[in-house]
Design a protein around this ligand. Structure first.
Ligand code: FES
Length: 111
């Protein structure tokens, strides 16, 4: 795992859900009144772009078949039995950082 800084330009944009790139990897950045969240862009159900979805009751809703996933842990709504990958975000003095999983680093570093 490694932390990467999120470009401040993304944080300043007035969008609740947006697709952003850090070191060549896309993910969804989600801004709520309380917190920032990050998750995968590809829905685990059938691969739709979940950044085109919307929020309902602390969950992100996929636009294709309306599956729902908890922002905190990625767990699918009752009966779905699936998970959306979510990523840790940390606030530091100079901005926000996202923790990328090792599988991403392997691709980035070509190892
Ligand atoms: S592709 Fe997201 S709910 Fe089906």
């Amino acid at each position: 795992m490694k932390w990467f800084k999120i470009d401040n330009q993304f944080l300043e944009e007035n969008q609740t859900i947006q697709k952003v790139k850090v070191n060549g990897k896309s993910f969804c950045l989600i801004k709520t009144d309380k917190k920032l969240f990050a998750c995968a862009t590809k829905c685990p159900h059938a691969g739709a772009d979940i950044s085109q979805g919307w929020l309902e009751n602390e969950m992100i809703v996929c636009p294709l078949h309306r599956y729902r996933y908890h922002l905190e842990n990625g767990r699918g709504a009752t009966g779905q039995g699936d998970y959306l990958p979510v990523y840790d975000i940390e606030k530091r003095k100079d901005g926000y950082y996202i923790k990328l999983p090792y599988s991403w680093l392997k691709k980035l570093l070509n190892i």
